[in-house]
Write a protein that binds this ligand. Sequence first.
Ligand SMILES: *Cc1c(COP(=O)(O)O)cnc(C)c1O
Length: 450
Amino acid sequence: MNDNLHQLRCFGCGTRVVGTEARPDFRCSACGDLFEVEYPGWGQRQGHDRPNAGALKWLWRERRCSSEALDHSGVWRFRELLPILENFGNAVTLCEGNTPLYHLPRASKALGIDQLFAKHQGMNPTGSFKDTGMTTALSVARERGFEWVACASTGNTSAAMAAYAARAGMRSLVVIPEGKIAWGKLAQAMDYGAVTCQVNTDFDGCVRVLTTVVKEANIYLLNSVNPYRLEGQKTPAFEIAEAFDWNVPDHLIVPGGNLANSSALAKGFREMKELGLVARLPKISVIQAEGANPLVRSLAASNGATLEPVVAHTRATAIRIGNPASWRKAARAIQETGGWCLDVSEAEIAIAKAELGAEGLGCEPASAVTLAGLKKLRAQGNVRSGDTVVLLLTGHTLKDADYTIDFHRGTLLKDEEKAGLEEKIEGLRRNAQVVDATPEAVLAAVKGKG
Ligand SMILES: *Cc1c(COP(=O)(O)O)cnc(C)c1O
């Protein structure tokens, strides 16, 4: 069976190429911009390639009870909207996706929004949403006969790539900025057997090095410039719509780093709307850290016409990116859905992360920008009390345990970063206490916290 019904279309100039003919760096040879996967059959009204909305909803739900391996994946369960392989038998899966959607009762109450939820993509096999994109892009690499795959990474991409490559029996090369990624993530890449190069530069420097490497050797690039990553990363949009019985939420709030994920989710909602699965798009808002806010600056300075790269600084390492590749795609996602783009401070991130933790939902600091951003959107009146809001939590709390411990020890934030928020921060801190080895001492600690 030929399941492959796609082509690649340049986001900048509209040039179309066959999937196998894209350059190794996934840049358009005409204008240098990135590609998007496009499915021409869906445009034909009566076309026999065009999926049927009602039948799909039924089929996707049925698959949750199926005994077939591919159906257990929350990505490949939606494979009718992922016709990117010659044969779905080539898919490499770790049962990614099907992640939980949690209600946030405390944050709901504090913000006066009833319908506030977190879609926890940290509950994927390697602990971040990167798995949903890796299963699709790495499967393409395997089907096309590559032995080696590679990525530059702030950590989570490399963890996901290394795991999926290992499952497929392929080799992987990781290029990461020395000393600037969380240890949990580096440990994963090593555990899964990747060749790991720590390079004395930042993420943006790693990308530059790797772009040349993949042109010289026959290595398949798995950074998010690879359009097949975004195809997998669009599937949480399907899960969210399904969870709300195909009524989409009013707002979806997503962290912004290299800015692929926000645009992937927008693509998922856009395709559902085109196929008649949902009636509208949620407003997609992208939140960046103040020290790594090139998209915020670009939208403010030129309405997204040109990027304003920065030298990025934030302890939310997953979004420490100053020159994001997919900024044009993200700008379109925000503009076409009517969302916003904001930045939040280091203290706001730390507070939001501790508040999510106190709801029993640990996450990475990069994920917590969503709650910090929501507070601002609510204060600005852009999110109303009757709105349904979904925060996208991108990574698992254990990815960066050092961050959490530093926060609770009180060593995470500098005094000037805390300014005006000291009380709030103290109220959230939970020091691990050293006490005597007696029941009395432990009971005294419990009473002290009453
Ligand atoms: C990769 C990543 C992000 C940023 O996603 P982009 O697609 O690069 O914008 C945010 N949070 C976590 C935990 C990540 O791993």
